[in-house]
Design a protein. Structure first.
Lengths: 294, 397
């Protein structure tokens, strides 16, 4: 699967939406939808995507689309999937949730749906904070990042805790498929989406979604930010089937986190100690996932 | 589809009657989470599924919030859905109740009325369902297990009516009905399905005809939707009358629509009751009538839509009206009392409120006699109080 193989015209997520310039989410959703195709039913909880993809009577979706609330993506995709199983008709049911709706308020419904191995795809587009409500910290926000609820203050400088490892939590559910993706690696991205589409049972796709507004970087640098996240080890690309890692990508040349955080306003206040603390977290994660010293 | 089931007489709990009612309506998707005293409903339904009596999908979710979320999603995808809950579970669902009615999805959910903490308890009180008044659900109360089964059938027919399209919450008293066996007549599956009909949704999530359900909506459009939902709830009054009539002609059991009058024709005073207390009150009315007291009873079947005109018509011809409540709006009065007074606005006669059975305390004949005694006295002289806490330590009446 290559980017050239994607149909040019068949957009099920169309232009005209109102996302911020440089937002990664529309690129993630549009490319996924090209692969998911016509027979897809989409659920979105409360998130940026809900708002920028359509404010009545405008709509960017060309597939059936449902919204109910914030914390229930796992339950809602279960409901649609079961209704269609009862009808005896094959459709692809996909939920697109943000990191707040996944790591925090939505983790219970997500875990329940995964444990029941519902026949649906859950996509977490992770922009590492509550961007829709104005950049508040979430369980996905990395250590030290300045958000509107973890501001870089005189006494406390940014978020005190590290990012939760959500993909690993999902891997522990031993579901058919867990994959982490990045738009900086399109071939890998598309292959994983295609693979997920062809599988059955509960599938979890987790994409890093750089956010120029919340991370405070130049909107032309979205792909570069995503690539640096992968190259630094801040974001690790892998696949897991039934709890076992089956494929993991190792950056050819690992860059220090200091290089990743450069150019992002949310890390501007970082001291040398803070950089080291973040680097230590990356190194621990590296050792755990690759089984070797970084 | 369900297996063909013959008409039969059963001796079953209220919870079984609810589950069997849902089975007879051939529901497509059930999503539920167990909570005492609703548990028997989900247990019984799982047995129907695992014994192959129905091929319904049963989603055993991880919370009541997810139960309602999944029902809404399945119903939006065109399924007839069912769930059941109680107390804390209903409170946890609160957010989603508004989504079900806002999307005009006629989900049916029996609520086994149980006290809402704190303090925690498992016995009967109506302070779980009554605070859901403004969620846009049709809400009704059952007197016995037969009414539970019958009401599930009627609930689908009322909710799915094109002039209504609202979710329905039949309520049954914890343990007094949920766990108590009574004789119940069940129609055959053919008769039941013939009565309920097929669910034909207007808007469905379907890839062949894509549409968005539940979009982000600006102020330019929401107010009209609120008006339409309000009118749908008003429309439900007529539909309830018609459906109960049709039910009566088909199955021989007449529930008389929104309220049932008992010896109100020449009554001096009437008491409005809800739920299982009605059975006790009926006996008290009979006894007092034998003693020559002109007392009557209004069995309130629906809380939403509220039978305002129906109650007013009776109230106009009596000297005093009492309202029994098994819940309290702190600092004000019982929810039914507040509604009744609103319905009787401008009527210059005593309207009194009797609170009893809160937290699941038994309401016995003596308690109901006390209510009538106060009402009959109010007919003679203007009462000093409006709200009476019956059988309450520390409160003198």
């Amino acid at each position: 699967m290559n980017i050239k193989d994607l149909p040019e015209e068949e957009n099920y997520f169309t232009p005209g939406h109102t996302a911020c310039a440089g937002c990664a989410a529309p690129a993630i959703v549009r490319n996924m939808m090209k692969i998911f195709g016509k027979d897809t039913i989409v659920y979105t909880p409360a998130n940026c995507l809900l708002v920028f993809s359509g404010t009545y009577p405008h709509l960017a979706w060309k597939v059936p689309y449902l919204h109910e609330a914030f914390e229930n993506t796992g339950a809602c995709i279960s409901g649609v999937a079961r209704a269609y199983r009862k009808k005896g008709r094959k459709v692809l049911v996909v939920g697109f949730a943000g990191d707040g709706g996944t790591y925090d308020i939505g983790i219970q419904a997500l875990s329940g749906a995964a444990e029941r191995n519902e026949d649906a795809i859950y996509v977490c587009y992770d922009n590492e904070a509550y961007m829709n409500t104005g950049i508040q910290r979430s369980g996905a926000t990395p250590y030290g990042a300045s958000t509107t609820t973890t501001p870089a203050g005189k006494k406390i400088k940014g978020k005190l805790e590290h990012k939760k490892d959500m993909a690993e939590i999902m891997r522990a559910h031993e579901i058919p498929y867990v994959a982490t993706l990045s738009i900086s690696h399109p071939k890998d991205f598309l292959e994983k989406v295609k693979k997920a589409k062809e599988m059955e049972g509960f599938r979890y796709l987790h994409v890093l979604s750089p956010c120029p507004t919340g991370w405070r970087f130049d909107p032309s640098k979205t792909i570069e930010m995503a690539r640096k996240a992968v190259d630094s080890g801040m974001w690790t690309l892998y696949e897991a089937e039934y709890g076992e890692i089956t494929n993991i990508y190792k950056p050819k040349k690992k860059i220090p986190v200091a290089e990743y955080i450069k150019g992002q306003g949310r890390f501007r206040h970082f001291t040398e100690e803070m950089i080291q603390e973040l680097q230590k977290w990356v190194d621990r994660k590296w050792k755990r996932l690759y089984g070797e010293e970084p | 589809m369900i297996q063909k089931l013959p008409a039969k007489k059963m001796v079953v709990t209220g919870d079984y009657a609810a589950a069997y009612g849902a089975l007879l309506c051939d529901v497509d998707v059930v999503a539920a989470y167990p909570i005492t005293p609703q548990t028997l409903i989900v247990e019984e339904f799982s047995t129907f599924v695992n014994d192959g009596i129905t091929d319904a999908e049963f989603i055993m979710v991880e919370s009541e919030h997810s139960a309602m979320s999944a029902c809404i999603a399945a119903q939006a995808a065109g399924a007839r859905t069912f769930t059941a809950t109680s107390s804390q579970g209903l409170a946890l669902m609160h957010e989603m109740l508004f989504v079900a009615s806002g999307l005009r999805l006629p989900i049916v959910m029996p609520v086994v009325n149980r006290t809402l903490a704190a303090p925690i308890g498992i016995w009967c009180e109506h302070n779980d369902s009554m605070p859901q008044r403004d969620a846009g659900w049709i809400q009704m109360a059952c007197e016995d297990n037969q009414e539970v089964l019958d009401m599930i059938l009627m609930a689908y027919k009322i909710g799915e009516n094109k002039n209504v399209l609202l979710p329905v919450m039949p309520c049954l008293d914890a343990f007094i009905l949920s766990h108590t066996v009574e004789p119940v007549e069940a129609p055959s599956s053919d008769e039941a399905l013939d009565f309920v009909g097929k669910y034909e949704p207007i808007a469905v999530l379907d890839p062949d005809k894509p549409m968005a359900i539940g979009t982000f909506t600006p102020p330019e459009y929401i107010q009209e939707l609120r008006y339409q939902t309000h009118m749908a709830m008003r429309n439900a009054k007529k539909v309830i009358e018609n459906v109960t009539k049709e039910f009566a002609s088909k199955f021989g059991r007449n529930y008389h629509g929104l309220i049932e009058e008992y010896k109100c024709d020449d009554a001096d005073v009437v008491l409005i009751t809800v739920g299982t207390v009605t059975g006790t009150a009926r006996e008290v009315v009979d006894e007092l009538r034998q003693k020559g007291k002109k007392v009557g009873l209004i069995k309130l079947r629906f809380y939403r839509p509220f039978p305002d005109e129906e109650i007013r018509k009776i109230a106009e011809n009596v000297d005093a009206i009492g309202v029994y409540d098994r819940a309290i709006s702190y600092g004000s009065g019982g929810p039914l009392f507040i509604e009744t007074r609103h319905a009787l606005y401008g009527l210059d006669k005593p309207i009194l409120n009797f609170l009893a059975g809160l937290g699941g305390r038994d309401v016995v004949k003596g308690d109901v006699e006390k209510m009538f005694e106060i009402l009959l006295k109010a007919k003679e002289e203007k009462p000093k109080e409006e709200i009476y806490w019956i059988n309450t330590r520390g409160v003198k009446i």
